[in-house]
Design a protein around this ligand. Sequence first.
Ligand code: PRP
Ligand code: URA
Length: 209
Amino acid sequence: MAKVFVTDHPLIQHKLTLLRKKNTSSMDFRQLVKEISTLMGYEVTRDFETKEIEIETPMEKTMGVVISGKKVGIVPVLRAGLGMVDGLLSLIPGARVGHIGLYRDPETLLPVEYYCKMPKDIAERQMILLDPMLATGGSLSAAAQFLKDRGATTIKALCILAAPEGIEVFHKEHPDIDLYVASIDRCLNDHAYILPGLGDAGDRLFGTK
Ligand code: PRP
Ligand code: URA
């Protein structure tokens, strides 16, 4: 059964508070999303397989540890997931990046797909889905299903804020995918926005409202 990890490191909580504030500029919002994603990246990669190898320092031979498991694929859900990509790439620069374009229809609240481009070998990669907001869970669940339909076998999901309702939906649809969040917020409002939340993540990242 998949787990929910709440990454409540003090640095993440501090940056999240700045991110939520309504007067935070788009420039600062982008920087904070990147920094929070980098810090959350430590948790997401914590169980990566490692192996020992022999190396030589300028002083003597010794054993070192290197990552030995699957290669990584990062998949932001457009648009807002884009803000998290650089944070993860700063930790895993060799990761391949796929993209899924989804938007939530404002009437039906259901996700509508408009773009999908994945690395060829996603079946062999540890895939990490990125979306800062898990509200009703529709978008992240659909994105995870797209990955599975295209052959992905190992998936983790990384969100900054999640509503309890969305977590429940996502777990029901994808009981095999571990979810990493910086905060589980109180609930959704009548328009399925997260409370207390941070507003519309895409608009705040890209200054479109
Ligand atoms: C936001 C967010 C998620 C989705 C979450 O995207 O980035 O993808 O809403 O809502 P859900 O859990 O109820 O599906 P949005 O649809 O606003 O698109 P955008 O990133 O292009 O603005
Ligand atoms: N999408 C957002 O960007 N914010 C929310 O609160 C819910 C969905």
